[in-house]
Design a protein. Structure first.
Length: 113
């Protein structure tokens, strides 16, 4: 249980995330933002590790998942959090949230997901 708590704490307290938030949104693309802030929980390609699925209920980014979520609903999750995911408002600007929301929806739409 202690390992799971440490794992969850690590996911939500990444120091690199605040460094990315300080950069101008135009200097970043969705992949850069995702890798700095989301990859540790959601995996590099939107497929989380078995531990993240078990402990935090992190979903795999699939076309089926995102057929139920519009870009606005993804932005709502980023702003307010969902389940065990905390809001990203302290790590990302609104522009960065929009950029990463578009990126993860495109990621899920790729063939082979």
């Amino acid at each position: 249980m202690k390992t799971y708590v440490l794992l969850a704490t690590f996911c939500f307290s990444l120091g690199a995330a605040s460094a990315v938030a300080a950069q101008a949104p135009s200097a970043l693309d969705g992949k850069t933002i995702f890798e700095a802030n989301c990859k540790v929980c959601h995996g590099a390609s939107g497929v989380p590790s078995a531990a993240m699925v078990k402990v935090l209920g992190v979903p795999t980014f699939t076309a089926a998942l995102f057929s139920r979520f519009t870009e606005d609903s993804v932005l709502t999750v980023l702003r307010k959090g969902r389940g065990k995911m905390k809001p990203m408002t302290d790590k990302l600007t609104p522009d960065q949230m929009t950029i990463v929301a578009k990126y993860i929806r495109q990621m899920a739409a790729r063939p082979g997901k």
